[in-house]
Design a protein around this ligand. Sequence first.
Ligand code: NAP
Length: 493
Amino acid sequence: MTNGNGHGGQGTDRPLRVAVIGAGMAGILSAIKLTDAGITDFTVYEKADRVGGTWRENTYPGLACDVPSHLYSYSFALSPDWSHRFSPGPEIQSYLERVAEESGIVSSIRFGDEVTRCEFTGGRWQIETAGGHRDDVDVVIAATGVLHQPRYPDIEGIDTFEGAIFHSARWDHDVPLDGARVAIIGTGSTAIQMTAALVERVGRLALFQRTAQWIFPQDNPSYSEEEQASFRSDPSALTELHANLSQMFGVFANAVVDADSPEIKMVEQACLDNLENNVRDPELREQLRPDYRAACKRLIMSADFYEAIQHPNAELVTEKIERIEAGGVRTADGRLHEFDVIVLATGFKADAFMRPMSVIGRDGQKLADLWADRPSAYLSISIPGFPNFFMLNGPNGPVGNFSLIEVAEIQFAYILQLIDRLRSREAREICATAEATDAHEAARVEAAKDTIWVTGCRSWYLDDRGIPATWPWPFDRFRAVMEAPDFAAYEAR
Ligand code: NAP
């Protein structure tokens, strides 16, 4: 259906022009896949001065990915060089930089300029950046990431602290940690990784826990030089490993959408055994025991958290935080916990997506109005009234403990089929219908009732109504649905 040179812009002979927003994992993927498809007239807009997205922004000690590295890799750029089953964050950042460099897409990235506005007018998207640059494009691909905007806690006196205080995703590397008295607020994946990495370095570490977490015991062995060499000499072994890991993670992804599945019971048992067998002090064990089901919140994988929180330098504080003062954190029991450094590991605004960017669709419709209550999209890809604007890892999409790279690859292949309609000139404007979007949303909300995420916990998966903003069906269904667009769900002009 397509012509090889990507022609198709609005009935003219000029090539289709595309803007990709964000040069993180999904933006790099988009640039590579557009190029492969013969669409070469594109710019990737990146507000920072390097690629990498979340892996560039998060630099906290202990940062790693809880998806195995051989799965958290592009399927077309598998690497024999991963150091560990779950490799550290800087290694992932280097991998993304290397893939971007080697694929030759870096020259298409406009660094240091943030897209502030996209408006659909005259059949094209007008892009505006903070630096005053303008661009007219046929297609926008929003690859802006999911957990991107830090969520700062609403704690009284937070500005009065006289030591160093920063969000986990805004780590201040000028602040000395060795021997320091450090507080970590929060017990999400970030805080858990950081606790194990910091406990031996600092003078004292206090972890402020509002809600206990289930911890799935997960070893993190390194790959030997021999293993890396064998991957190098036999790339098919890498492909096989990627496929096997994908299959294994599929089992987990399927388990979480059925709260009664035997697999989820096995996960629960493994977490329970981990707590019972590895926390020695009965009082601490009870403090660390969650009162909700494992995997209700995003499941945390760690081999060393329980050991770290039992380290002589560590203290678990479960007393409610009353306020932050010049010298530290005052808890409800009246105690002042004094610190040099407070780290806010309090998560992200999971419903931000490309906001605060201003996006204006057909007939002047503002995304800010459409999404005023909560974001929504057809299959997390397309928004009614916003033609030729497609999202990767968009709203209500499949988040879970699996590889968002794999998700983005599947989504991009789907989006490319929509773009093909534009470049074959079967359509000039394409977006999901409101009916299809509403029907998908209604089915999604109904299916979410059977998932583990609604069994009684607070988490960033839940929207303002308490409904999981996730894909509530098995991962195989995601693959099947994303195989090819159902064009009846799209309005093409
Ligand atoms: P998070 O899971 O949203 O956790 C935020 C933590 O801060 C929670 O423990 C929360 O308590 C606590 N909190 C928030 N406001 C608070 C307040 N006012 N007072 C006290 N505690 C407060 O955030 P995250 O740990 O940054 O992780 C977010 C997600 O990023 C993860 O779920 C994961 O998807 C991703 N991540 C992945 C990796 C990885 O290995 N791939 C690593 C880090 C992060 P409550 O539980 O009581 O709400």
